[in-house]
Design a binder for this molecule. Structure first.
Ligand code: CA
Length: 265
């Protein structure tokens, strides 16, 4: 992969440069935001490793520019600022991952690997569930043929749910990991955080809006909360959208119970 490292701490920059070169990547290092954008202009890297605290132009500013002008570049943000708000802001601005300083090379390598996997998963470009269609390359979503405007975080949240096709419950820890890019151990510690619930509700509001044929004048949610376990796209909504009649909830519950037994076996 062609990697551009943007880091003003020269020791850290050198350390990543050496490690990534040994892993076979093509690496360049710059130490400020303006030079980073100039360099991307010459040749947009496949991956940018971007420190937030930078001279001349803040990392957040660079991220914003990258998202507007070089959308094909994946951006992994490095930050010493541990707050959840900062992490959310970076992801909203289109960062693909956020790594907290200090980190080990081992961790960086693992994150890059998962990022690379995601980049190469584009063959499964369109996801469908019920009346929802997601085009992952275009980053667009339609519901019953109408465009749904989603923020970057809402989009990846819906993507996580759609990838499970309503067949598997998505736990809060999984979502913190997949959407907010928290390492699994940190996600487990944050599982009481209500951020997932907050974003699920944003998404519900957008998905529930004026759905033709949904059977309810007020529109309805397509995301079901499974108490104590997580969330999944509602297969009930999928069925009633097609058939025009809501099916019995008990049949659904039985199906969940069955799946859970199968998973335990
Ligand atoms: Ca810095």
């Amino acid at each position: 992969m062609h990697v551009l490292i943007v880091e003003d701490d020269s020791a850290l920059g050198h350390f990543m440069d050496q490690g990534l070169k040994l892993d076979g990547h093509e690496v360049s290092v710059v130490t400020d935001g303006e030079t980073a954008l100039e360099s991307a202009e010459k040749l947009p890297p496949e991956l940018m490793i971007l420190d937030l605290g930078l001279p001349r132009m803040d990392g957040i500013e660079v991220l914003r520019e990258m998202q507007q002008r070089f959308r094909s570049t994946s951006v992994l943000v490095l930050t010493g600022r541990a707050g959840m708000e900062e992490r959310v802001q970076c992801l909203e601005l289109g960062a693909d991952d956020v790594v907290l300083k200090p980190f080990s090379f081992h961790e960086l390598r693992a994150r890059l690997k998962s990022l690379y996997r995601r980049r190469s998963q584009f063959e499964d470009r369109v996801l469908r569930f019920g009346d929802l269609v997601m085009d992952r390359a275009e980053r667009s979503v339609t519901q019953a043929g109408r465009g749904v405007e989603l923020t970057a975080t809402e989009f990846s949240l819906l993507e996580s749910l759609m990838r499970r096709r309503g067949e598997r419950i998505c736990s809060r820890v999984e979502l913190l990991h997949e959407v907010w890019r928290m390492p699994p151990s940190a996600a487990a510690n944050r599982s009481e955080s209500n951020i997932v619930e907050v974003y699920i509700n944003y998404l519900r509001k957008k998905l529930g809006r004026d759905v033709p044929g949904a059977g309810h004048a007020q529109g309805r949610s397509t995301i079901r909360t499974v108490r104590g376990e997580g969330y999944l796209l509602d297969a009930e909504a999928e069925r009633s959208t097609k058939a025009g009649v809501p099916g019995p909830a008990s049949a659904l519950d039985a199906a969940f119970a069955l799946k859970r037994c199968a998973a335990d076996a």
